[in-house]
Design a protein around this ligand. Structure first.
Ligand SMILES: O=c1ccn([C@@H]2O[C@H](COP(=O)(O)O)[C@@H](O)[C@H]2O)c(=O)[nH]1
Length: 281
């Protein structure tokens, strides 16, 4: 397989050129209604294509939420394929938010679905769950390396229920979340300018001073906007790892649709606030 430049290098360049904002494509039923669209496949497609038209040529990353496409079965997945391909063709990197995780032999199938360069849903990176054990992700790590893609591993998620698992302390005294971060730092060791194996760390999680977020890889940070975090919170949460943070905003931008100009203006406002928070820090 001819491989692409590694995801980490492509992401670093995109963040340097366009800023780090990731805009989510989350076609909630309530947003389809607010946009005056039907809650059907045609509405889904119009929604997704409008978001791509508004921001794909200007933001570093877009993150479609697979759940809202899978909701419509095979026809929804077909729309997802179109959206991913159009967004990538417009110049943005696509992180597929599908949060896959399974025993290793099945994980290999999920990896083929999203990380094989000839797969209809090939994405620049995929969110994965390590809660069947980090080692169960090995087939995805291997295929991502081979095809120049990346992974974002759930480490410290933005939801209030996450800590009961992620802050749990293991027999060796480390928390589960810290262990995931350490695995990722090992994957990324020696990679320049940035490793391809990132962590999901919510912007809402508060004080992380006891965690080592410097993993030489990207940190996908959902939670800005609708979940209550603001760009100004980023320096406090991410500290020394701030320059590798990719803040995701979904509903905070999407609620401004369906007008393309209003979506674009909202993304630009978030991008400016994030730039000020990261580079003014
Ligand atoms: O810890 C996590 C992991 C993923 N997400 C996803 O990000 C977006 C957030 O959407 P908003 O509308 O900006 O709240 C959504 O797709 C989540 O599934 C997350 O929120 N937290």
């Amino acid at each position: 397989m001819t491989s692409m430049e590694p995801f980490g290098a492509r992401l670093r360049r995109a963040m340097d050129e366009r800023g780090p904002l990731c805009v989510g494509i989350d076609p909630h039923a309530s947003l389809l209604a607010e946009w005056g669209l039907n809650d059907d496949v045609a509405g889904l497609e119009r929604f997704g294509r409008t978001v791509v038209e508004a921001v794909a040529d200007r933001v570093a990353v877009m993150k479609p939420q697979s759940a809202f496409f899978e909701r419509f079965g095979s026809r929804g997945v077909a729309v997802l394929e179109t959206i991913v391909q159009e967004a990538r063709a417009a110049g943005t990197l696509v992180v597929m938010d599908a949060k896959r995780g399974d025993i290793g032999s099945t994980m290999a199938g999920y990896a083929e679905a999203f990380l094989h360069k000839d797969a209809p849903l090939f994405s620049d990176a995929l969110t994965v769950s390590p809660y069947l054990g980090y080692g169960s992700l090995s087939p995805a790590v291997a295929l991502a390396r081979e095809s120049g893609a990346g992974l974002f591993v759930l480490a410290l998620t933005s939801n209030p229920e996450g800590p009961e698992v992620q802050h749990a302390v293991r027999a060796d005294g480390r928390t589960v979340g810290a262990t995931m971060l350490a695995h990722l730092a090992a994957e990324n060791a020696g990679e320049e300018p940035l490793g391809s194996f990132g962590a999901v760390v919510g912007a809402t999680v508060g004080d992380l001073s006891s965690y080592d977020l410097v993993i030489n890889g990207p940190l996908l940070a959902p939670g800005v906007g609708a979940q209550g975090a603001t760009p100004a919170d980023l320096p406090k949460v991410f500290g020394a790892a701030l320059r590798n943070v990719v803040p995701n905003v979904s509903r905070g931008v999407l609620r401004h649709g369906p007008d393309v100009g209003a979506l674009r203006a909202s993304a630009e406002r978030f991008a400016e606030e994030i730039q000020a928070a990261v580079f003014g820090a």
